[in-house]
Design a protein around this ligand. Structure first.
Ligand SMILES: [Zn+2]
Length: 131
């Protein structure tokens, strides 16, 4: 029977990053309000249960899903940040690309350098602010 016990010892899953992070978050929750402490205890006991679990394949899959989720979260935040910046740029770019002359209505292509400067209309030579 000792070989069987050894086999079982080997196949308990143990502590992976998922369990460690859950325990860490659980500890933080325990330090907050009584309500979150309950949640934190649940998370810690779940982490312990995972470490004792023998269904290693499932636990590995859980960890992978968790890591994927984290990856998705970080990439999502990163993309939103980048997307917002590019969106701003494109809006500003569209706004400032052309400017109509207030007198003759001619469209004048703006350069980045004369964003705040005065523009000279090539048709009627009216000077006006680019903004
Ligand atoms: Zn003009």
């Amino acid at each position: 029977m000792s070989t069987n016990n050894n086999y079982l010892e080997k196949t308990t899953y143990g502590w992976d990053n998922f369990s460690k992070i859950i325990t860490f978050i659980g500890c933080i929750l325990c330090l907050l309000t009584a309500y979150t402490a309950f949640l934190g205890l649940l998370m810690i006991s779940y982490a312990f249960w995972r470490s004792r679990s023998r269904n290693t394949m499932r636990r590995i899959r859980e960890e992978r899903m968790f890591l994927k989720f984290l990856d998705f979260l970080f990439h999502g935040v990163h993309n939103v940040k980048r997307g917002k910046i590019s969106l701003k740029k494109s809006i500003l770019g569209n706004k400032r690309k052309y400017k109509r002359c207030p007198r003759c209505g001619r469209r004048i292509l703006l350069k980045n350098s004369d964003k705040e400067n005065m523009i000279l209309c090539p048709k009627c030579s009216l000077r006006f602010k680019a903004k």
